[in-house]
Design a protein around this ligand. Structure first.
Ligand code: FAD
Ligand code: NAI
Length: 474
């Protein structure tokens, strides 16, 4: 007899493991299957986010920023350190330690919530039937009243610059470099390119970012993107726009990347990170005839409530449409578990924050100015520069700005965009405000402690009505 569960989750990334825990909180019997294997062959729950994404990248971003600040900023504060040197092995051990602690934490959460965690491959063979193959064992069939597919995504490989695992790597490989590359090429100036490009630049690499699009961070508000681009260039990141990489030649002396803008160009580097986006991962997930449909790009087709085209089969996270972000997947996981338990639930897709953890950080929620213009929505805009923010000055990080876009007719906040210190933390206030359909006036009347970075948001809201106090209203 096959083992039976109320819910079987395939994939234990931030979408799948959160769904599993929430379903268990509803009193369901839950199994969560995950096939992740680390470079050393060890297994771990947590998916891309914990093992090779959000968590390790932020650990290295923090360490490398401290290194940079110790070398270039401490003396401004009157702190003389002598020569600051890099111990990359220790930095990498710290990163690995944080990952281990967090992935181990999921085992503990599963245990506490009575989720059965299974390492191995999961395959939907029919609605309600999953074939589970342990890493070192024979397949067995599990039954589940509901099945949640949460298999995530994988890096896109460029045919013209194939991965070799050492010199040409994806983001995971780039987190595990044991030496700082002398000349690092980054293909794709998106989120990963900027975050990991920043890490290795701060640690001493000469970094060239080749980005195919004409606009820097085309998905972000362009006023914010231009400000960020100026600051990254000042830091020495060589960002080349309109640079579509078309080929590579590998030799003992280095890797030559060929790229096109108006003409043909080349750049020679020692190592390459290919960060040109990610694709949904559904390899060997669906037997034929399950009734689960994929779209033309390979994402699992779902409705607004994450139901697939097969009965009682749901799909969440990076393997379905929408932003490829951990918190988006987690919220879908919670909503699906609630729906399975018979509750009302929905994900507010219009209010998902995006954060790029560079220095300065970039964060936004809601519509950009370009999107509002395109949609013909009348709006007002207020900005406030961190140069006039006391806390930012004390932090020696008084660059960038906060920007609020609000509807011209009823004052509702439509978008908030920040480039500056701790933008990723500051955006939470804007997300909450938008979740409650707040107006710019609501933010204006909300008391912000002084001196804090959040005062920049307060002033930006005031500026939307030309009432900023610490800036000249135009
Ligand atoms: P995943 O985390 O990819 O998990 C899917 C899991 O399913 C994996 O463990 C996989 O092994 C397993 N699996 C796949 N197929 C099967 C199968 N058939 N059987 C069993 N198991 C299977 N997002 C943020 O929000 N903030 C960040 O700061 C951030 N930083 C990132 C940095 C990097 C370098 C990268 C690469 C990504 C980053 N992301 C970040 C994106 C984030 O990691 C993903 O959006 C998130 O991990 C998606 O969660 P998921 O659960 O859908 O998929
Ligand atoms: P991305 O979509 O952010 O950026 C890829 C970039 O590569 C694009 O700007 C694209 O124009 C460019 N590109 C594509 N082909 C190219 C070519 N041949 N030559 C030059 N440029 C080319 O994808 P990225 O950075 O790989 O990240 C994948 C996803 O992971 C992100 O979309 C994001 O959802 C997630 N992520 C989130 C993070 C966060 O929340 N802080 C951090 C890292 C990743």
């Amino acid at each position: 007899m096959s083992k039976a569960y109320d819910v079987i989750v395939i994939g234990a990334g931030p979408a799948g493991y959160v769904a599993a825990i929430r379903a268990a909180q509803h009193g369901k019997s839950v199994a969560c299957i995950d096939s992740w294997k680390n470079f050393d062959g060890s297994t771990a729950f947590g998916g891309t986010c914990l093992n090779a994404g959000c968590i390790p990248s932020k650990a290295l971003l923090e360490s490398s920023e401290l290194y940079e600040r110790a070398r270039h900023e401490f003396s401004t504060h009157g702190i003389n350190t002598g020569k600051v040197s890099l111990d990359l092995a220790t930095m990498q051990q710290r990163r690995a330690g944080i990952v281990k602690q967090f992935t181990g934490g999921i085992n503990a959460l599963f245990k506490a919530n009575r989720v059965t965690g299974l390492f191995g491959h999961g395959k939907l063979i029919a609605p309600g039937k999953v074939e589970y193959t342990p890493h070192d064992g024979a397949p067995e069939t599990l039954s589940g009243e509901h099945v949640i597919l949460a298999t995530g995504s994988a890096p896109i490989e460029l045919g013209s610059v194939p991965f070799d695992g050492t010199r040409i790597v994806d983001s995971w490989g780039a987190l595990e470099f044991e030496q700082v590359p002398a000349r690092l090429g980054v293909i794709g100036g998106g989120v990963i390119g900027l975050e990991l490009g920043s890490v290795w630049k701060r640690l001493g690499a000469e970094v060239t970012v080749l980005e195919a699009m004409d606009d820097f961070l085309f998905m972000a508000d362009q006023q914010i993107a231009r400000d960020a681009q100026r600051q990254f260039r000042k830091q020495g990141l060589d960002i080349r726009l309109s640079a579509m990489v078309t080929g590579s030649t590998v030799s003992d002396s280095g890797i030559t990347l060929q790229y096109k803008d108006k003409g043909n160009h080349e750049v020679e580097v020692d190592q390459v990170i290919v960060s040109v986006g990610r694709r949904p991962y559904t390899k060997d997930l669906l037997a034929s005839g399950t009734g689960v449909e994929l779209d033309e790009r390979g994402f699992i087709n779902v409705d607004d409530e994450c139901r697939t085209s097969a009965p009682n089969v749901w799909a969440i996270g990076d393997c379905v449409r929408g932003l490829m972000l951990a918190h988006k997947g987690s919220e879908e996981g919670i909503a699906v578990a609630d729906l399975i338990a018979g509750e009302v639930a929905e994900v507010n897709y219009g209010v998902i924050p995006s954060v790029i953890y560079t220095a300065p950080e970039i964060a936004w929620v809601g519509k950009t100015e370009e999107e509002l213009k395109k949609a013909g929505i009348r709006y007002k805009s207020g900005t406030f520069g961190f140069a006039a923010n006391g806390r930012a000055k004390a932090l020696e990080q008084a660059t960038g700005m906060a920007k609020i876009l609000a509807a011209a007719d009823d004052d509702e906040i439509l978008g908030v965009h920040i480039v500056g210190p701790m933008a990723g933390e500051l955006i939470a206030e804007a997300v909450l405000a938008m979740e409650f359909s707040a107006s710019a006036e609501d933010l204006q009347r909300t008391i912000h402690a002084h001196p804090t970075l959040s005062e920049a948001l307060h002033e930006a809201a005031l500026a939307a009505d030309k009432r900023a106090i610490h800036a000249i209203n135009k």
